[in-house]
Design a protein around this ligand. Structure first.
Ligand code: C5P
Length: 221
């Protein structure tokens, strides 16, 4: 038998940005590299989990032992997350675009004419909240929070608002976005654990170990 701490567990991870198409050649996106989410998928797989990684558009290699589902938009990501259920754990690391263009223009918008076009936006589904409040809820739902100020206070509020069990807060006022290191605070009902700054792979392993420990406690109760 596989005695690794996440053996027989299904861990669902979202990672990367989303692209929200304006027309066939243009889109709205953000600076997420996907590195932290991919590292978490890799760490969970290394601890024996079956891992589904729903990835937005990134140029990263699929970690060993990870089942990767590529998506482009937030709506695609929301669908792929539903399809991947049930899961024991969900770690939502993706930097989902808050808004998408209200309508997709099937033909490239022409520059000719006088005024630049006005972009009307529509709100994207909140994948994390829908997962945390819907049927088939994973036992442990973890969100991320990228903040530039009041990092811990905002994370505590986000944990409640999103109905997540844990929020992993990182201070992105430095060069975390796209970088290889991260400093995070894990905010749960039990309080706040602040980890030292370390490589994203080490943050991922620390988180995967805490996930395994938390599931074990639940199983024992
Ligand atoms: O509200 P905010 O975007 O800061 O929340 C971040 C957390 O929520 C992350 O875990 C992110 O993956 C998740 N999220 C989501 N769907 C959205 C927006 C955020 O799953 N539309």
């Amino acid at each position: 038998a596989d005695h690794r701490p996440l053996a027989d567990r299904h861990v669902l991870v979202t990672a990367g940005p989303t692209w929200e198409a304006i027309d066939p050649v243009r889109y709205i996106a953000n600076r997420s590299s996907g590195k932290q989410g991919f590292a978490i998928a890799a760490a969970a797989a290394a601890l024996g989990a079956k891992v589904t990684l729903v990835a937005g558009p990134v140029s990263l290699r699929t970690p060993a032992g990870v089942n990767r589902v590529d998506v482009e938009s937030a709506e695609d990501m929301a669908r792929a997350v539903k399809v991947a259920l049930p899961a024991d754990v969900a770690v939502m690391v993706a930097a989902v675009a808050d808004w998408r263009p209200k309508e997709y223009r099937g033909e490239k918008i022409k520059k000719r004419g006088s005024a630049p076009p006005a972009l009307m936006l529509a709100e994207n589904p909140d994948i994390l909240t829908n997962l945390a409040t819907g049927g088939n809820r994973p036992e442990l739902v973890i969100g991320f929070a990228a903040e530039t100020e009041n990092v811990i206070e905002n994370a505590k509020q986000k944990r409640k608002r999103k109905v997540a069990d844990w929020i992993v807060a990182n201070d992105v006022s430095g060069d975390v976005m796209g970088g290889d290191r991260n400093r995070v605070h894990i905010v749960s009902a039990d309080g706040v654990e602040t980890l030292d700054e370390m490589p994203k792979s080490a943050v991922a392993m620390a988180l995967a170990e805490r996930i395994a420990a938390s599931l074990k406690v639940e199983a024992a109760e």
